[in-house]
Design a protein around this ligand. Structure first.
Ligand code: NAP
Length: 278
């Protein structure tokens, strides 16, 4: 699998998300199994957050990587209301305990809240010096906020919503990150769930391309995200067939004609837009 350098490590461009995991004990075993299958297949970056299941997702991840710590690259996120200097350090300790590890490889500010970025980054730097995190980054920051952020520290990624239906970052944020060698981590690459996901995966143009390649619409949608230079993706999947399909999507090659067809069906932005979030 293609890799990018992130927080000093070679990390696969395709990882695994965990939003909605750890919310229901009856589903826990399946969630752990799914993450382990993903690890077996090389999707060794696992994205989680203290928010997901209020710590439950981090516990699922902890169980999934038990005995396999060295294979995994763990990303977690701090709530904005915990993002004061002391708050990030306390939140990180809680996450480490739930994850049952000594160090979070990459620690992100989940979105910008009322604590100044400069203070949050000071807290992250202290955690880095203490060996509690490998490096730090941000999530859901638009271009003006990123321009401000790099004045206070050195975030190594911005994790943002990006998929065929939500292409706004291509206008400004993505080129800016590319120019600085900052990988963008695309969340909800399959548009998450519900009506929005149905609008993406049921789109006739996507279905036609999927049929032509003999794969599923989700695989084309994911391959398209991974085709974008400087972009990583972290789909969440519990169904084993989904985990396997996602891994296979990383090997799909889209032709110039395929990409042009997708551009016609899902046009790129022509002007700056507010950052999409969920
Ligand atoms: N930073 C942020 O603010 C933020 C926000 C949202 C998400 N995230 C992160 O990004 C991750 C991914 O985003 P997401 O969970 O919103 O949505 P997503 O990955 O776009 O979609 C997940 C949904 O798609 C299904 N799915 C997965 N693979 C599939 C396949 N090959 N074919 C058909 N369906 C498939 C999953 O089903 P099953 O689970 O049943 O297999 C699940 O219902 C999150 O889990 C989280 O780690 C970050």
């Amino acid at each position: 699998m293609r890799t990018v350098t992130l927080a000093g490590a070679d990390v696969p461009v395709l990882g695994q998300g965990t939003w909605n995991m750890g919310e229901d004990g009856a589903r826990k075993a399946d969630e752990v199994r799914a993450l382990r299958l993903g690890l077996d297949l090389g999707m060794t970056l696992i994205d989680t957050a203290e928010m997901y299941g209020e710590g439950g997702a981090e516990e699922v991840v902890g169980e999934a990587i038990a005995g396999r710590r060295s294979e995994a690259f763990i990303v977690s996120k701090v709530y904005p209301h915990n993002a004061s200097f002391d708050g990030v350090r306390a939140a990180c300790e809680r996450s480490l305990r739930r994850l049952r590890i000594e160090r979070i490889d990459l620690y992100l500010l989940h979105w910008q809240g009322h604590h100044p970025l400069a203070e949050t980054f000071d807290g992250f730097e202290a955690l880095k010096r203490a060996g509690k995190i490998g490096d730090y980054g941000v999530s859901n920051l638009d271009l003006p906020s990123m321009e401000e952020a790099v004045g206070y520290g050195a975030p190594v990624t911005d994790q943002v919503l990006y998929n065929l239906l939500k292409r706004g970052i291509e206008f400004d944020l993505l080129p800016w990150c590319r120019a600085r060698g900052l990988p963008v981590m695309a969340y909800s690459p399959l548009e998450s769930s519900g009506r929005d996901q149905a609008a993406l995966l049921g789109h006739p143009a996507l279905r036609a391309l999927a049929d032509a390649h003999g794969v599923s619409p989700a695989q084309i949608a994911l391959a398209w995200v991974l085709h974008q230079d400087g972009v990583m993706a972290i789909p969440k999947a519990v169904a084993p067939d989904h985990v396997r399909a996602n891994r296979a999507a990383a090997d799909l090659r889209l032709s110039g004609d395929d990409l042009a067809a997708l551009d016609r069906a899902f046009p790129p932005p022509r002007r700056a837009r507010a950052l999409d979030m969920r």
